[in-house]
Design a protein around this ligand. Structure first.
Ligand code: UDP
Length: 384
């Protein structure tokens, strides 16, 4: 191991760093505990031909030109415009909250300007800078829409009251006063023609990259490496010495049948008395394909146990305090850089993950050139 560059995690973070280093002439070994690359973006065709997002829906969207150019080098990205529906109180609505949602929900025929005025009258204007998820919702959409679309879903997704969650989670979703119902605002939205796994395989396909799957890396045994890029959970690197950071994990109940189950890729279930948060129908992520059969996932969220796959960093007050301890320890550590959703314990989308991995590689190469020591983080781990 001595002298080698070790990269832990074969998701987008690890793959992109390995590739950038390889193209600069630096060899590395990429490890992953699982038997496949691409991390939670992993896709696999079901026997019936449907491309399944094995760890739940992954839609690529970005406004970063460099990231868009980068991913397109490694496979064909086909245009895909994500639209989400939501079932709430026995009716189906369009998400994110837009003019159609507002008019349908309140049984009105408002114009954009009227809707804006109407929602402003519903919103709680006494809230200054929203701190919690609930504040953010009450300030921007008011109690009724909050209770119909956000309260129950969020309680199920995060397992705590929205009063305890940061406003930044809701800030991911826009509210629109037009009929535009695209889930994301980004100019580039796409899904790889053949799924994400071949893209990550292509990124890793370089003579200077060795990929070792099914290998759980013990931080102690790779400490002799020249440098380590760690995209596993930050608390795992430190053997959870400040306690286990909280993550949410997901369980998927898969059902396979003929026909079209729900007519859209994702249907959210916002009522609290329905145990799952959403149903994903995978074939709708590949509208360029045609399948008679279908695969659906009912998605359940729960606290991540020791043996479970971590998906979402929780980042409540308790975790933030622990996180500060881990960050301080990480900053003091030498020869290791933390990156990615788990390595920096942040709710990152795929495009930001790629962007930051490119920045990590840039910085590492610069450090090598200038004889500087590589830092433990390149992005701010306390950022969102
Ligand atoms: N959310 C909600 N109702 C919905 C969809 C989302 O309350 O119908 C909230 C929920 O707290 C969720 C967050 O908004 O965790 C972010 O949603 P997003 O669709 O970005 O979640 P992801 O696809 O990353 O799980």
């Amino acid at each position: 191991m001595t002298g080698a560059i070790a990269i832990v995690g074969a998701g987008f973070s690890g793959a992109v760093v390995a590739r950038e280093l390889a193209e600069a002439g630096i060899a590395s070994t990429v490890y992953d505990a699982r038997d496949h690359v691409a991390g939670n973006a992993h896709t696999q065709r079901h026997d019936n031909g449907v491309m399944v997002h094995v760890y739940g829906p992954h839609i690529f969207h970005t406004n970063h030109e460099r990231v868009w150019q980068y991913i397109n080098r490694f496979g064909t990205m086909l245009p895909y415009n994500h639209r989400v529906k939501a079932t709430s109180g026995g009716a189906v609505y369009s998400l994110p909250v837009n003019l159609h949602t507002i008019n349908q929900f309140f049984d009105k025929t408002l114009t954009p300007a009227e809707a804006q005025e109407f929602i402003a009258s519903q919103a709680d204007s006494s809230i200054g800078t929203p701190v919690s998820f609930e504040d953010q919702a009450m300030k921007f959409v008011g109690r009724q829409l909050y209770e119909a679309f956000f309260k129950g879903y969020t309680q199920k997704q995060w397992g705590v009251s929205p009063t305890e969650l940061p406003a930044s989670i809701l800030a991911r979703l826009p509210v629109r006063f037009t009929y535009e119902d695209s889930y994301f605002n980004h100019p580039y939205q796409a899904i790889p023609e053949n799924g994400y796994t071949p893209i990550v395989q292509a990124i890793l396909d370089h003579p200077l990259i060795e990929v070792r799957l099914g290998v759980t890396v013990d931080p102690a045994t790779i400490s002799g490496a020249e440098h380590i890029f760690w995209s596993g959970p930050i608390d795992q690197w430190f053997s959870q010495s400040f306690g286990r950071l909280g993550y949410r994990t997901l369980d998927f109940e898969q059902e396979v049948m003929d026909g079209d189950y729900q007519g859209c890729p994702v249907m959210n279930y916002c009522d609290e008395d329905i145990a799952y948060t959403r149903i994903t129908e995978h074939k709708h992520f590949a509208p360029w394909e045609s399948h008679d059969a279908t695969v659906i996932y009912r998605e359940f969220s729960r606290l991540c146990g020791e043996e479970d796959v971590p998906y979402y960093p929780i980042r409540l007050v308790k975790e933030k305090e622990q996180l500060l301890q881990y960050i301080a320890a990480a900053r003091a550590a030498r020869g290791v850089t933390f990156l990615g959703r788990l390595g920096t314990y942040r709710y990152l989308d795929m495009d930001v993950t790629i962007k930051e991995a490119l920045e990590v590689a840039d910085e590492f190469l610069l450090c090598q050139k200038n004889g500087r020591e590589m830092t433990s983080f390149v992005s701010d781990p306390m950022g969102t």
